[in-house]
Design a protein around this ligand. Sequence first.
Ligand code: NCD
Ligand code: ZN
Length: 332
Amino acid sequence: MITIDSPLDMHLHLRDANMLKIVAPLSAKSFSAAIIMPNLVPPITTIEAVISYKNRILDATSKYNFEPLMTLFFQDSYDFEFLQKAKKHIKAIKLYPQGITTNSANGIKSIDSKSLQMTLSAMSELDIPLCVHGESDGFVMDREAEFLPIYEDLATNFPKLKIIMEHITTKQSVELLNKYDNLFATITLHHLLITLDDVAGGMLKPHLFCKPIAKRYEDREALLKVALSANEKVMFGSDSAPHPIDKKESCGCAAGVFSAPIALQALAELFEKHDALENLEKFVSLNAQKIYNFIPNKKRITLKKIKFKVPSQYADIVPIFANSELSWSIVA
Ligand code: NCD
Ligand code: ZN
């Protein structure tokens, strides 16, 4: 048995409308709070949109003690005055390169410290963390590595800006974390468990297809090393990104792995397998509290070694590891 105080998911897609009503309670059951991604259609770019989306999430999760930590979708027009007003409604701002992933058409075309000077210096001054989807538009296996010079540019030119490298997937990204005090990262469950072989090495597995794509064995090793040791530069962010079954099992599969309802159970299994259960609370809660400098709602989640059969679907959404058995269950 293991008890975790206030588990946090620092990168979560909850979508909207009916999908929100299905998926949000599944996260709210396991987690105390989560950083909510703003890539709706249209994206969340105003304070009004943040507030009304937050209220829709609170409505959908009213049975649970769950705090949605809201974000804005980065625009290079955000100035100090706007961000000063926005600050009390958001925990971070998420920057997407234009067109690089689901619902990022309104993202930024050229990402560098000069063109984004106004917004990034205001964020730095106001202590608003910058979350980044760090991928270039190059060859799919190289996209994250090709983006690293951009992280270096931003980290060097805005040394007080907290920069979160979202869902890192490579050994090179892990190494970069050590070079800059202001760089941090989220790591997903699926990138700790799978490689490209699982996605495309045999029969194609659409439910494992996501951005960034899972990489090589040595990359997974590097991610596992920092996650299992709960290195203070990294924290859990599921990047649980649900799409309806017809958008996944189709010609033109949408990117995104749906892991929210099984994430904590699967993490317990993984940490136990590597004899690292004592570090799980740091990875899923304490590190994020330090990085984001906040104290979440108190919520104790107890997991027990009881077999848990992952459902084949939650409504029309297929979770990762559908129909398979995990060795840990949430009991309270
Ligand atoms: C995410 C989504 O579907 O919104 N997809 C994904 O593959 N991770 C967007 C993202 O985080 O890139
Ligand atoms: Zn995401």
